[in-house]
Design a protein around this ligand. Structure first.
Ligand code: SF4
Length: 513
């Protein structure tokens, strides 16, 4: 067995000032895994990561194994900039995992790009993670790790797995060390984790007991695929088999795949992130068996019934507000139109050297179609308001372009609480709805009327009522305890005295929904 290699594209640089012109929560990561004998697994992983690019644009990477060694290529940047024909041609093997990253813990730096690689004894393995652990600090303390030993929750997981495998090598070596390490350690991890892992002979997928982040299994003619979202199966020609269950581990090797249940039954409590439906997931993804685009259209339809208004045109904020706008128009009978053009090439983030340039962000991304807007009473539909700065700029543009009335409709409830499960939403002080009532938000945004979709209507719109959702950022009801240390960093106005579970909403008064 030869040693693993990391092809070093190191470009570890000072973090640029990055802003999200959407002002919306930023996705955490996309993961992909493939076991495909006689298949070009590196190229297929590349295609799969392309399909998952929306889940993370900060860095991308893949690990490829040929049965004797694992080679990793990763770098900062988009999938298209990290990989080229030359790098892909050098990656030969029959199993691979891939990762696209947006940092939610750990800094935005090359050393935190994934997959993470470790070797222990005769075993090499690589890991890709979507989500956030909430007990990283407690685990690091318990294992006596010195400050600076680990750089992120994903790094911690790899470190612990590596230590467990090393301990196993004292006893026996049968090629199943990675699986045994996971059986030992997964029950100790708390928080959100959809994982893909590989050693020299297996590709493994894991979903945490709450299933906060999606993960699905697909079948190739000659192999198996794991992916955060089903469109990544489509692009590599794999057929959707099923979603990986919350609390399930799928182990794939030359014999096919096995389902393993590493967690105690009492911990299984499905809580898929509601925002996967609202914003994060691709419209062509299937979640809980429901098409995401269809769910977004339904959100708009219900919103039209819930918050009707007289107007001349319904328009969506490109692009994630458009399906709900179509639904609103269909249900209300008001004409659907396009009022904003999106610059398709700006991407999800851009570098802004200072506040003045940052303020121009919305204009770089969206431009009004003046002829469509002059003299019009508009219903403007968007999926969410997080910080509100972009929405305010966009409304100002529409007014300058000649709109006479603007009725803003949001296809989710007010976003009031920070996410600890893998979405970067900033601190509570940065969340508009955490600090202002709906009427104050209406005034701040300078719109004539403002309505948010009710929570029960949002759940209804998913088409999977009763399936189990996390709605903590909307309700403050956190399904997994948030340790004091973690909570105090993102809660303004003082830290809670106790670990928080299901009661953050009691900590501060809120504006009415
Ligand atoms: S807190 Fe919000 S964004 Fe985070 S997992 Fe829960 S629903 Fe999703």
């Amino acid at each position: 067995m030869t040693g693993g290699a990391e092809i070093d594209h190191e470009s570890d640089r000072a973090d640029d000032l990055r802003v999200d012109p959407d002002g919306t929560p930023r996705e955490a990561c996309g993961v992909f895994g493939i076991y495909g004998p006689r298949q070009p697994v590196a190229h297929l992983t590349y295609l799969g990561l392309y399909a998952l690019q929306h889940r993370g644009q900060e860095s991308a990477g893949m690990a490829v194994g040929d049965g004797s060694a694992i080679t990793i290529v990763k770098d900062m940047g988009l999938v298209s900039t990290v990989f080229n024909d030359r790098t892909l041609a050098a990656l030969d093997g029959h199993l691979a995992i891939g990762h696209t990253r947006y940092s939610t813990t750990g800094s935005s730096a090359w050393r935190n790009a994934q997959p993470v690689f470790r070797s222990a004894g005769d075993t090499e393995f690589a890991l890709g993670h979507n989500g956030n652990l909430v007990n990283t600090a407690a685990l690091a303390d318990e294992w006596g790790m010195l400050d600076g030993t680990i750089t992120s929750d994903s790094d911690l997981m790899a470190e612990l797995i590596s230590a467990d495998i090393a301990a196993q090598h004292d006893d026996r070596s049968d090629g199943r060390e990675l699986e045994r390490a996971l059986m030992n350690l997964l029950p100790r991890f708390e928080g959100a984790f959809s994982l893909v892992l590989m050693d020299e002979a297996h590709v493994i997928g894991v979903r945490d007991p709450n299933g906060f982040r999606p993960l699905c299994l697909g079948k190739l003619d000659n192999g198996w695929v794991l992916a955060s979202e089903s469109p990544a199966l489509d692009v590599v020609g794999a057929h959707f088999v099923r979603e990986v269950d919350p609390g399930e581990m799928i182990v794939i090797n030359g014999s096919g795949w096995r389902s393993v249940r590493p967690f105690d039954e009492s911990r299984i409590d499905p809580k898929l992130c509601l925002f996967e439906y609202v914003y994060f997931a691709r419209p062509d993804a299937q979640l809980y068996g429901q098409n995401v685009h269809r769910a977004r259209v339904r959100m708009g339809e219900i919103l039209a019934d819930q918050a009707p208004v007289e107007a001349d045109m319904v328009m969506g904020v490109p692009e994630s507000g458009i399906p709900a706008a179509e639904g609103y128009a269909r249900s209300s009978g008001i004409a659907y139109g396009q009022g904003l053009v999106k610059n398709r090439y700006i991407g999800r983030t851009f570098i802004a050297p200072d506040q003045n340039v940052r303020a121009l962000g919305v204009r770089m991304k969206l431009n009004p179609l003046r002829d469509e807007l002059v003299g019009q009473r508009l219903v403007v539909v968007d999926d969410s308001i997080v910080r509100g700065t972009t929405t305010r700029g966009m409304i100002s543009m529409l007014r300058e372009a000649g709109a006479t009335e603007i009725h803003l409709r949001i296809s989710s409830p007010p976003y009031r609480w920070p996410c600890f499960y893998g979405m970067d939403t900033g601190t509570r002080g940065e969340l508009l709805a955490a600090n202002l009532s709906v009427e104050e938000i209406r005034t701040y945004l300078n719109v004539d009327t403002l309505s948010y979709l009710h929570l029960d209507s949002l759940v209804e719109a998913t088409g999977a009522t009763g399936a189990g959702f996390c709605d903590a950022c909307l309700t403050g009801e956190y399904p997994i305890e948030i340790p004091v240390e973690l909570a105090k960093d993102v809660l303004d106005g003082g830290s809670p005295a106790e670990p928080v579970v299901g009661q953050l909403s009691a900590l501060a008064p809120l504006g009415e929904a």
